[in-house]
Design a protein. Structure first.
Length: 643
RNA sequence: GCUGCUGUAGCUCAGUAGGUAGAGCACACCCUUGGUAAGGGUGAGGUCGAUGGUUCGAAUCCAUUCAGCAGCACCA
């Protein structure tokens, strides 16, 4: 006699086991039609799965967010069914719902082509129209193993065999297709609707391990309505326009070429942007009592062996051999170098915290497949610093760092930041007690700083746990920018110490920290964030003076001189072109201010100012435009200082 | 690194039975001196990513290789 508690507080009692579908029908015919699945005791249930015991029940309809996941998961099964119908020799493995869609991994000798995707997608629509009933069933684990062994499906056998022997497993069947699955699914294939589209096919390792065979993964996207699908596709197109690789070329910021894979050729425009950012961070670090240093680009391998980098990352380090048989490595990190500076002379507890910063130019031989525009490169510069401090100072230093980071992100226009807490990895240096201490210290610091973190197990650095500050790019990819790492290991390994108040020598703690992460990646993210339309203080060219005819060239030059002297990055456009042509070109180049000057302006000593993105023009005196530009092009830290 | 796709003028791209290349924009020159998102004309430009092979003949077919793209793996 199941007693069902509903969300409105009411209860329904049934004589016999009942399904969510029946309960929905009892409540009303509208709901019966709309109900797609249920949540029974906080567990996802199929609409037609029998409920035998007392429970709470909530029905899921198309209005629920959970509905999207149902659609996507159903789509994954429909995809697999379609593939098996078209290519029966294929083996199915797994296929979950993911953010914005679904995928299914297949094993097949011959890879799927783009044309195959069209055929598969068509067949998926057929399957939806067939309105096949989706039926849940249960097997004992051994029955499942038997089933898949008989079918000669080794991938599925492996999956099932990983399940404890006495457990039962559920399966879902639709048409001739049957798949091991936790569920839930909707009542029939028709419920998935037609608002889906197969997007791409790519390789993916079985169980995410590069030692395993490679499977063919087909990705799709699925939505509740056709309009949602279209909106998503439009969003992707828009995102593509923001791609920093396209804009970097279009705005003449940088380029890359074969002979220097993973390294950037910065053009004058891009380098101006780069330097503006570097100078900004330099001022902020100086204000926060950091000391800037510079350490060697190449250091003998012995130091990397001592630090542990050689053992852990040796394969990814660029090395050079000298005539006298030494092996030098291009630095992949700055920390060992900073410890060398720290170790010069005896340090007292009075010297701590000691904040050592470097715009550290690092090289890492990243795997070729990891390279991505200027976001993931082999030569990059970190806004790196190491804070040498006592254990007691970890908290206050971490809080100060988090606040500095938030302010800096805000100045660049980022207020929505996700923070991940990564704890000890499997391969690591140092004993568990030290890790306990480091993880606790970092946890306490995040609490003190009022930062919410998501847990990222096993992803810490080999020498310590870390916070990762993550931003999302235009195409929805996540990039780690800032980081804060508590390190009890390297000071030990590299012999950093200080004299404590009691005269004893002690180990300092090192806080590894970066805010932008790599300047290169940061610039890539900025380009996408602003779609190339940088705020004036970052704009490589802040204003262009465009004479209407060549009779005002001389006047244009005189304004150029005074703006240049006022510290504005300004150019003239004296070409023999009409003003409309110049406006168009400098607008597409995303110049924040275009100053048109014709006979009228020359006569009156004014300029006609047109802001990027505006159709209007405002006539103002040369003095007015000078102070306007100075105000608008002021870096945010200097602007707030002036107030 | 793995799987798949791509690689033609500075840029974006066309080149469909293998017969030594074409468009638009950009560029140069000329005309035009034009008031807010493309004025007109003329011209210059490419050993078709690289290497090797098949062929009388290769941008086109095959192999190798490099780079880029997507995803996976990696990311101190």
């Amino acid at each position: 006699m199941p007693k069902i508690a509903l969300p409105d507080g009411s209860e329904r009692v049934y004589e016999n086991p009942v399904t969510a579908a029946q309960i929905a029908a009892d409540i009303g015919p509208g709901l019966a039609k709309a109900a797609l699945a249920a949540v029974v005791n906080d567990e996802n249930w199929d609409i037609n799965r029998v409920i035998e015991e007392d429970c709470t029940l909530r029905l899921i309809t198309a209005k629920d967010d959970a509905c999207l996941e149902l659609i996507r998961h159903d789509c994954a099964h429909i995809l697999a069914e379609a593939v098996l119908e078209l290519y029966p020799e294929t083996q199915v493995t797994i296929g979950p719902a993911i953010e914005s869609g679904f995928y299914y991994d297949f094993y097949r000798e011959k890879p799927f082509s783009i044309d195959d995707l069209d055929a598969i997608e068509k067949r998926m629509h057929d399957i939806v129209d067939r309105n096949e009933e989706i039926i849940r069933g249960e097997w004992s684990r051994d029955e499942a193993v038997e089933f898949y062994k008989k079918r000669n499906e080794p991938f599925k056998v492996e999956l099932v065999e990983a399940i404890p022997a006495n457990e039962t497993v559920s399966y879902y069947a639709q048409g001739a297709f049957i798949d091991l699955c936790r569920g839930p699914h909707m009542a029939s294939t028709k419920k998935a609707g037609h608002a889906f589209k197969l997007m791409k096919v790519a390789g993916a390792y079985w169980r995410g391990d590069s030692n395993n065979p490679m499977l063919q993964r087909i990705y799709g996207t699925a939505w509740t309505t056709e309009a949602d699908l279209q909106a998503y596709l439009t969003m992707l197109e828009e995102a593509e326009k923001r791609d920093h690789r396209k804009l970097g070329k279009a705005l003449n910021l940088f380029h890359m070429q074969e002979e220097a894979t993973g390294s950037i050729f910065w053009h004058p425009n891009g380098w101006t942007l780069y330097r503006e950012i570097e100078n900004y961070v330099r001022r902020r670090l100086d204000a926060a009592d950091y000391q800037e240093v510079k350490t060697p680009q190449m250091i003998d391998r012995s130091l990397w062996e001592a630090s542990g980098h050689w053992e852990k990352f040796g394969e990814n380090m660029f090395t050079a051999n000298t005539q006298d048989d030494k092996t030098l490595a291009l630095k992949p990190m700055n920390c060992p170098g900073h410890v060398q500076i720290y170790r010069q002379g005896v340090k007292s507890y009075r010297d701590l915290p000691l904040r050592m910063a470097e715009f550290g130019s690092c090289h890492r031989n990243e795997p070729s497949g990891a390279l991505h525009g200027i976001m993931r490169v082999r030569a990059f510069t970190q806004d790196d610093a190491h804070i040498f401090c006592t254990e007691e100072q970890i908290n206050s230093e971490s809080v100060a760092f988090c606040n500095l980071l938030k302010e800096i992100y805000k100045d660049f226009g980022f207020t929505d930041i996700r923070v991940k807490f990564s704890d000890r990895p499997e391969v690591r240096a140092g004993d568990d007690a030290t890790w306990d201490k480091a993880e606790q210290a970092l946890t306490a610091a995040t609490q003190a700083a009022g930062i919410k973190t998501s847990h990222n197990p096993g992803e810490g650095a080999f020498y310590g746990p870390k916070l990762e500050f993550v931003l999302t790019d235009a195409i929805g990819r996540d990039w780690q920018c800032g980081t804060l790492q508590a390190d009890f290991i390297l000071p030990e390994r590299l012999g950093a110490e200080y004299v404590a108040i009691d005269g004893q020598r002690k180990r300092p703690v090192m806080l590894h920290r970066a805010i932008l992460g790599s300047l290169e990646r940061w610039i890539g993210i900025l380009i996408e964030q602003y779609a190339g339309k940088m705020p004036p203080w970052l704009s490589p060219v802040q204003a262009v003076i465009a004479p209407i005819t060549e009779t005002t060239n001389e006047y244009a030059n005189s304004i150029y001189q005074s703006l240049k002297q006022a510290g504005i990055r300004v150019q003239t456009d004296l070409r023999n072109e009409k003003i409309g042509y110049k406006i168009r070109e400098h607008s597409t180049s995303k110049i924040p201010f275009i100053l048109a000057v014709g006979a009228r302006e020359a006569e009156a000593g004014t300029v006609a100012v047109r802001r990027l993105g505006s159709q209007n023009q405002e006539v103002m005196s040369v003095n007015e435009i000078t102070s306007l530009l100075q105000a608008e092009c002021m870096p945010p830290d200097l602007a707030s200082k002036g107030k």
